[in-house]
Ligand binder design. Sequence first.
Ligand SMILES: [Zn+2]
Length: 591
Amino acid sequence: MNTRTAIACAAALAALIPAVGAGATKRVAVPEIGSPTPVAVLTGNGAIHIEAKPRANEGLLAFAERLCGSARHSSAISRANGGLRRLKRGVRYRVPFDLLPAGSRQAAVRALLPKDQAAADGWRHRVSSSRRSRDAESLWSIAEWFTGSGENHRALRRANSLTSNVIRPGQTILVPRNILAEPFAGMLPAPLPRTADTTSGDEATPFVRYGSDGKGEYAAYRLKAGEALYSSVVMRFTGRLYAADVNELVRVIEQRNEIGDVRDLPVGYEVRIPRDLLAARYLPPNDRLRVEWESERAAGEQIENDVLALDLDGVTVVLDAGHGGRDIGAPVGGIWESNYVYDIMLRTRKVLESRTAATVVPTTREGSTFRIIDADVLPQSSGHAVLTNPPYRIDKAAVATNFRWYFANWIYQQKRKEGVDPGQVIFISIHADSLHHSLRGAMVYIPGLVGITNNYGKTGAPYTSRREVRSEPRVSFTRNERTTSKGLSRDLAEHMLASFRSSDLAIHHNGPIRDRIVRGRRAYVPAQLRFNRVPAKILLEVCNLGNEQDRRLIKTRVYRQRVAEAIVEGLLSYYGVPRDGSRRTLTAGGS
Ligand SMILES: [Zn+2]
């Protein structure tokens, strides 16, 4: 796994570098610094210096005194220019940024990045709106400029809640204070004041503070204009999305804060959220669970798909429609989730088979053929079976779910025996949510590392009568395999959501990729992902049936077809050519 991970990293990093952007050097004249007019230079790795010409008869000491405010910097200037001893007229000499007085530093940065802003939480960089390729910026080059390392593009993606590496001309990108390189960090205003009982570290926190009072430990959040308790506090900080959970926690928080009428909360109202309700990522930075969460995230984020498959040639897609048979999934307003996601699965299969070279393996079928019903509102039907050998006519939801991963593992093993690369198999489970009514659009579950059960398997009827179970009754995974799988799945999820976004399909605006389902006080990874051997696997919630608008949409063929096409586009881009063409190319049948 290590070599593979290393290859994956190299490819992923290279993929971000635009044709000319990284290492791009910007040069701008800055008359404010003096005359002859010096030039400010921003190099690709985020270093800034100026280049200045000496005046007539100006020696090194006077040159240093004029530009740096002190003659004692002359030796540093000499070192920065190859150890020179004497200045020549008409030649530009390099003056390092850290030798410049504050006024000159600011003048240089303002000249180089006139639209940028130094803010309390970090540097706000305006992406160039020029369409000329020589000015092309990427998340990578921005990370290099402002943090000194392109690796930090991931931190930028997180800080700006981007689901892909794509940035738009004119967009503002926040570079958080804690990763900002010196020239910029030195220009930020003082951080927002914190009170004495603050336990947060350098990481930007949405909270005023962590503290404790007579009712226990809490995180204090100040409501902003237009924010409501259920969405901006409960759903955001506790990870709860189900209506019953959200409503219950709203009540808990109302009681704790002695709020009479939630509709009356003023802007700036300080809400105290019990610490034990916070999702791991919102716990204080020194909390054990937060530390675990950070390290797990860091490990997974080093991994991206490195397999190239134009037209999905050589790729096997295991397509799983959620529920079916007697398990109808979320029944909201007369819609059976099972029927609608099965229709989307059929449409996805058809697009894949007609427009790409992928092999599609559905996990379920209704009746004896795969037939798309040409209607907006679908009839309620319950004849689905999981396609194990022999098939399982879906009766119990939990049994059917287990057969889905047994079946996927069987397909994966067959493909591996044929010499197919692990990176060429994909598992997508298609569902539709029934969450709090305010949430709209798609989200993706990926296999997090919570609740790892090692060496898991089922015995007895109806399991042992199936070929897939007999061939591999138990599964187990190393932590490394889990980490790699989570990383690849996240990469797939990002491509999928980027594709939804560019198809104008709604996605959750807050945390659209989740590595666990949270229900009440329980957090778990759905079984069809948890025990599944396919490395890149996602559970895609195409929309929220709890939301009226989404419910109306899913009852149209046009929408379901658009979702199917977006899924295929997401797969094509996951296997697509990065800008520098650096991915592994697999020859047919090779591994
Ligand atoms: Zn479902």
